[in-house]
Design a protein around this ligand. Structure first.
Ligand SMILES: Cc1cc2nc3c(=O)[nH]c(=O)nc-3n(C[C@H](O)[C@H](O)[C@H](O)COP(=O)(O)OP(=O)(O)OC[C@H]3O[C@@H](n4cnc5c(N)ncnc54)[C@H](O)[C@@H]3O)c2cc1C
Length: 483
């Protein structure tokens, strides 16, 4: 009797608890990917009541390639991947009937609508007499199991981190399942091609993304190995520098479950035991974001701090458009937005800078920025994205205070001191001297001429006066009376 393993964003063989358990039963395993348009629409942007979102365009590109890689990895073990489109409960029930399977296993998901959907699917399958089991694996720890001394969910990161680091042991990752004994299912239901899911864009704009990334478990392992070799031991010193390869770039691989956080955590601890903490702390931020979303499912649409409900945002589509296109006139902001557009990723420090610029210098609601990130990031992740935006806007948990408004010039000179990052992504400024690169409006006429920069023509003048914008933001903040 085959066991169905329902796959969503857990596109790996190693440390996959549901696959591992299914294979260990000694019977055939049938992995099934369901393209469920209710939770993962093909781009309609449909939202659930909690504001969860469908995959954006960059994520759909990644999903396509990750599914192809996963299918090939399974095929290497003689195991088929069944791909179907439709509501998950119906598809899984049909595949169970067609294959004769009486068990459906999967790894638990924690986003609010997916969690609710999973409970409904489990109930529907159980009502048909099918055994359903859910396993952990998307996070280091079950978010329901991590509590403060008084038994409540955490709202502040540092005590959360201390609890994780000092008191909770991360379970050892599981090896790849051994399918050998189990073999291929005798009755393999029909499958559609990954290609037919329509995940790739009709007009191909993905060249820059394809050049930057290798979706799939092998690509994820290669990134981890590179990080263990070159990144993690120097992470504390280099993590804020967008001009250096100072971070792991594991985020899309983690989001799509091509590697598990437990694998990353364990490998980092083993490889650089003395120096892993600053890096592990970042993995703990991922955990914290998931924990918050689990306990505050309204986060994607509502500020955690209620006072921000009446914040006087000033939504202006023309300004928003300039921000999305990297034409604000602030080089570090424009470099980040263009890096995002070309590669589907942006350095964390620069994410904070561009988010601060949108919400504080332009006073545009954080939800619009989060939506743009959803569509363009290959690592777009509901919990991390909403958490990052609310944190920067000052309305989230343990947030950066609203009155701390990033100065894009100081951020640029501090974290891109030689200007290599700006020169790479804003090439029209590449020949400016470093001392004015982050504030080209201060360049002398001779410097501008020598660098071929014509302000307002080859590169835009700054779209706001930062000092004035900062005062406007502080006045808006004062108007909602938050301490
Ligand atoms: C406005 C804003 C939006 C963001 N949106 C997303 C998003 O949609 N998806 C996403 O994965 N991250 C998001 N982040 C967090 C962070 O920027 C990325 O996780 C990080 O840049 C990924 O690069 P990396 O893999 O090299 O990270 P590393 O520095 O190598 O860190 C390792 C891993 O830890 C996790 N991590 C690191 N920093 C954070 C953080 N601040 N919050 C939560 N998890 C973290 C990621 O999973 C990351 O892959 C956002 C941050 C901000 C400020």
């Amino acid at each position: 009797m085959a066991t169905i393993v329902w796959i969503e964003n857990e596109l790996r063989l190693a440390d996959h608890a549901a696959l591992h358990r299914a294979a260990s039963l000694g019977e055939p395993v049938l992995p099934v990917f369901v393209m469920d348009d209710d939770t993962r629409s093909s781009g309609s942007g449909a939202r659930s009541a909690f504001g969860d979102w469908a995959d954006g365009a960059a994520s759909r590109w990644w999903l396509h390639h990750s599914l192809v890689a996963f299918r090939a990895a399974l095929a290497g073990h003689g195991i088929p991947l069944v791909v179907r489109r439709g509501p998950a409960a119906r598809v899984l029930s049909e595949v169970a009937r067609e294959s004769g399977a009486r068990r459906v296993y999967w790894n638990a998901r924690y986003e609010p609508s997916r969690h609710a959907r999973d409970l409904a699917v489990a109930a529907a399958l159980r009502a048909e007499g099918i055994e359903v089991r859910l396993f952990a694996g998307a996070l280091l720890h079950d978010p329901d199991g991590v509590r403060t001394e008084s038994g409540t969910p955490f709202l502040v990161f540092t005590p959360f981190w201390k609890r994780l680091e000092r008191e909770l042991a991360v379970p050892a990752p599981l090896p790849e399942p051994e399918f050998g004994r189990a073999g291929r299912p005798t009755r393999v239901p029909d499958t559609v091609d990954v290609e037919s899911l329509g995940l790739l864009p009709k007009i191909d704009w993905t060249g820059g993304i394809a050049a930057a990334w290798t979706p799939g478990e092998r690509g994820a392992r290669a990134r981890l190995e590179a990080a263990l070799r070159d990144v993690i031991s120097r992470y504390g010193d280099r993590r804020n520098r967008p001009d250096l390869d100072g971070t792991s770039r594991l985020s899309p691989h983690l989001h799509f479950g091509e590697i598990s956080p437990r694998q990353v955590w364990t490998a980092a601890r083993e490889a650089v035991p003395e120096e892993a903490d600053p890096f592990l702390r970042q993995l703990a931020w991922r955990e914290f974001a998931a924990h918050l979303l689990r306990h505050h499912p309204e986060l994607p649409v509502r500020p955690l701090r209620p006072a921000f409900e009446s914040f006087p945002w000033s939504d202006d589509s023309a300004l928003f458009d300039r921000w999305t296109r990297g034409l604000t006139g602030f080089p570090i902001v424009d470099a980040g937005m263009r890096e995002l557009w070309h590669t589907g990723w942006m350095h964390n420090r620069v994410r904070m800078v561009v988010a601060s610029f949108l919400t504080k210098d332009l006073l545009i609601p954080w939800t619009r920025g989060a939506e743009w990130f959803r569509d363009t990031l290959v690592d777009a992740d509901l919990a991390n994205n909403v958490f990052g935006w609310q944190w920067t806007a000052g309305c989230g948990a343990d947030a950066q205070p609203f009155f701390r408004v990033f100065n894009p010039v100081l951020q640029g000179t501090r974290y891109d001191p030689d200007g290599a990052y700006v020169r790479r992504w804003v090439p029209e400024l590449a020949l400016l001297p470093t001392k004015v690169l982050h504030e080209p409006w201060r360049a002398s006429a001779a410097d501008l001429r020598a660098a071929g920069v014509a302000p307002g023509v080859t590169y835009p003048a700054p779209m706001v006066d930062h000092d004035r914008a900062r005062n406007r933001a502080l006045a808006a903040y004062a108007s909602i009376n938050v301490a």
